[in-house]
Design a protein around this ligand. Structure first.
Ligand code: UD1
Ligand code: PEP
Length: 420
């Protein structure tokens, strides 16, 4: 197992680029199962989760064709086996996103239940209820979701009890090939849902309202190929900007979007960063100042994203004052707290709230990555800790951050990978 070794080196300074968004690329790869022609996807990030998804689609019969400039072409017409096995689904929860497309296009799907993960129980009951409302017959047996439909799915009005990102994406994809109109109410407004909808529209789907909490889909009989570029990764972007704030430095992220990061940028400004933005870049400059601790509460978009919570806990750990960080999406997304405390942080957990009192210094220590963003928070903290930090189990970080050590080295960090 590879490890990262980081030596605290003070202020980051420089420019880096954002990769394509993992949480957009994964649903878009699954959406190609709906197509009857080649879909070409550009700006795909080079990540373990992408490799796992391509392996999953490959098992179904879809052979990726690699093109120039990191493009990949996939054709849903090649599908011959509508089955997502446990051994792949357990590696990556987003595999559940093949359920809606397979059922809508081929009338059946056997998809392993993803189960929970380190951050929470992560149920998929709303995906199943929505597909049932569209006429599917679904049984859960032997750890698998076995879904069948006679003819086409039927359009329906579906109200989500809770805002669910993958639930919205699964039903959005299923509805594109359903008979009649589907209305998704209390739908997720996340930019990655909008990116998926735009790709589906390119494939010939009739969708309106994406980005609002009511999405309307007029089903069509078939979808065709198209070209689509994956949007920039707002969470990777935010992680680099927090690293600037944490280290009292300056980081400019290029090839990104400021309009999808408003809640995060507002918190960086509250922490004392000078934030400037352009058409496709964002810069955070702390001008040597220590950050001020911020209070925040995670919630569905456009509120503060749960995927940035751990990184802000790390920043608060070295900030001036005390910040209260409330996690409302996942019941166990504070695994980084114990590891940060081992580095000298002063963080107390009170139910779903981390009370973070900033300390003057953190010290390097051997720590363990427990999930994707927890890992990112440890890396960010290590860059400002005294001495050396060894981050173990970094396969978590490789799921979501492309070339993490190369990009941080560009900014002046002392970080290297040690093969395990
Ligand atoms: C709303 C939200 O912030 N979603 C986050 C969630 O998306 P992801 O799609 O993984 O999770 P959901 O959005 O589906 O879950 C949101 C909430 O709804 C609940 N739920 C979900 C589906 C379901 O069928 N039943 C149910 O009860 C979950 O337990 C959770 O509390 O994790 C991703 C990875 O960290 C983040 O990128 C998303 O921003
Ligand atoms: C937890 C994450 O991803 P996943 O839903 O794939 O586990 C994330 O992107 O922060």
């Amino acid at each position: 197992m590879d490890k990262l070794i980081i030596t605290g080196n003070g202020a980051l300074d420089g420019e880096v680029w954002a990769s394509g968004a993992k949480n957009s690329a994964l649903p878009i790869l699954c959406a190609t199962l709906l197509s009857e022609g080649p879909v070409t996807i550009g700006n795909l990030p080079h990540l373990q989760d992408i490799t796992t998804t391509l392996e999953l689609l490959g098992r179904m019969g879809v052979e990726p064709v690699m093109g120039e400039k990191m493009t990949i072409q996939l054709d849903g017409a090649q599908v011959r086996d509508c089955h997502a096995p446990y051994e792949l689904v357990k590696k990556m929860r987003a595999s559940i996103l093949v359920l809606g497309p397979l059922l809508a296009h081929f009338g059946h799907a056997d998809v392993s239940l993803p189960g929970g993960c380190a951050i929470g129980s992560r149920p998929v009951d709303l995906h199943i209820r929505g597909l049932e409302a569209m006429g599917a017959d679904i049984r859960v047996e032997g750890g698998y979701i076995r879904a069948r439909v006679e003819g086409r799915l039927k359009g329906a009005t579906i109200f989500f009890d809770t805002v669910t990102v993958t639930g919205t994406e699964n039903l959005l994809m299923a509805a594109t090939l359903a008979e009649g109109t589907t209305v998704l109410e209390n739908a997720a407004r996340e930019p990655e849902v909008v990116d998926l909808a735009e790709c589906l529209i390119g494939m010939g789907a009739k969708i309106s309202g994406q980005g609002s909490d009511t999405i309307t889909i007029e089903g069509v009989e078939r979808l065709h190929g198209c070209y689509h570029d994956v949007m920039p990764d707002r969470i990777e972007t935010g992680t680099f900007l927090v690293a600037a704030a944490m280290t009292r430095g300056r980081v400019k992220v290029r090839r990104t979007r400021a309009d999808v990061l408003e809640a995060v940028l507002a918190k960086l400004e509250e922490a004392g960063a000078k934030v400037t933005t352009g058409e496709d870049w964002i810069e955070a400059d702390m001008q040597g100042r220590r950050p001020r601790a911020v209070n925040l509460r995670t919630a569905p978009y456009p509120a503060f994203p749960t995927d940035m919570q751990a990184q802000f806990v790390a920043m608060n750990a070295l900030a001036e004052g005390t910040g209260r960080v409330v996690e409302t999406i996942f019941e166990n997304r504070f695994m980084h707290v114990q590891e940060l405390n081992r580095m000298g942080a002063n963080i107390a957990l009170e139910g779903n709230t981390a009370v973070v009192t900033g300390v003057e210094r953190l010290s390097g220590a051997p720590v363990m990555a427990t999930d994707l963003r927890a890992s990112a928070s440890l890396v960010v903290a290590a860059m400002m800790a005294e001495g050396e930090t060894l981050v173990d189990r970094i396969y978590h970080i490789d799921r979501g951050y492309e070339c993490i050590e190369e990009k941080l080295q560009l900014l002046g960090a002392k970080i290297r990978r040690v093969p395990g």
